[in-house]
Design a protein around this ligand. Structure first.
Ligand SMILES: [Mg+2]
Length: 355
């Protein structure tokens, strides 16, 4: 089998309401759907969803890089995924979401060539995967209301965004635990917004409200800071922006800096890199979360397949589809009831994409 063509299509992801995080307020984002065609009629779909503040990429850079990748990948066997990653890395360094777009499409082709759903091709089985729902930073009253609406819709896990005002963050945690009950799993993501002293104070304050995990309290480059915080708190500490690829994972694991690694396909260059990170973490006794950027059903379905194939992925934060309006032209893939994900009994990613 040989790659004959790589096509891209820009798709607008429109949010149901603006998402407020430490980077600012987001109302809509563009994502790039990738199609890889082969000489045997099989094709695969992938997605590159660049997020500048984290991956340093833009829509324009992704489109340009994928055009360059196409030049070196035409004629290659799409099943030789390791070789294709080496070719992409040899062509352009970094740029992980552009590479994820290609990688996810390759895994779609790989599992279609085996005539099985992707989670089976990855060695997994159809098992329960439950995502949390992200709660935007807002007034305490609005945040409680958003959590209560999520619980009514069937969610049992939420992730509170934080990091603008540490005192507000602790107040929100306390108020939500007290008004929403003990059964709810509450995670918090500070998105690098705290300093070292604030992080230790806030996490220790929130321990008594049963915080499931605290994500990325300090700047992405401060691995030593993460390690020092971890030594002073009892809540599992998670790295997100500090973790892109398996080399970052190795650094975090060697430093004993965190308890959980938040893998995102757009940071890890797709599923190939995500598996490397998860294997390293599992061998070090560290669990993983699978997270996402603002992604369409293409990349979110890929994340669910990955979660179903990896027991060490104990937390799932694949909540982009709850926040966006329906993407025209993309049918099938993952479906959610509350946070519980299910995949169709179809080959590959299980999607019908109209281009
Ligand atoms: Mg995060």
């Amino acid at each position: 089998m040989k790659i004959t063509r790589i096509k891209t299509e820009v798709t607008q992801l429109v949010l149901k309401k603006p998402l407020v995080v430490t980077f600012g307020s987001i109302e809509a984002m563009e994502t790039i759907i990738v199609k890889i065609e082969t000489d045997e009629g099989l094709c695969g779909y992938g997605e590159a969803s660049p997020f500048g503040p984290v991956t340093g990429e833009t829509k324009e850079s992704v489109l340009s890089n994928i055009r360059d990748f196409e030049k070196v990948l035409i004629g290659e066997n799409p099943l030789e995924i390791e070789r294709i990653h080496r070719k992409m890395n040899g062509c352009i360094a970094f740029n992980p979401s552009a590479k994820a777009g290609i990688d996810i499409a390759l895994y779609d082709i790989y599992s279609k060539s085996l005539n099985v759903p992707l989670y089976i091709a990855l060695g997994g089985k159809n098992q329960e995967v439950e995502s949390d729902k992200t709660i935007s930073i807002g007034t305490i009253e609005n945040m409680i209301e958003d959590v209560q609406l999520a619980m009514k819709a069937g969610f049992t896990k939420v992730k509170l965004k934080a990091g603008i005002d540490v005192f507000h963050d602790v107040k929100a945690m306390k108020a939500i635990r007290e008004s929403c009950g003990d059964e709810l799993t509450i995670r918090m993501d500070a998105n690098q917004g705290w300093n070292f002293a604030q992080a230790i104070w806030a996490i220790n304050e929130m321990e008594k409200y049963r915080l499931d995990a605290l994500e990325q309290p300090v700047a992405y480059w401060d691995v030593d800071g993460l390690r020092k915080i971890r030594n002073k708190v009892n809540v599992p500490l998670m790295a997100d922006e500090s973790l892109h690829d398996e080399k970052d994972a190795m650094k975090l694991l060697k430093s004993d800096a965190v308890d959980v690694l938040n893998i995102k396909l757009m940071k890890s260059k797709g599923i190939h890199g995500a598996m490397k990170i998860n294997h390293l973490a599992e061998s070090s006794g560290v669990e993983c979360m699978i997270g996402c950027m603002l992604e369409s059903p293409v990349a979110i379905s890929a994340g669910v397949h990955f979660a179903m194939a990896n027991k060490n992925v104990t937390r799932v934060d694949l909540d982009s589809l709850f926040a966006i309006k329906k993407c025209p032209g993309i049918e099938g893939g993952v479906e959610f009831k509350g946070g519980r994900a299910s995949l169709p009994d179809k080959v590959g990613l299980g999607l019908d994409v109209g281009f």
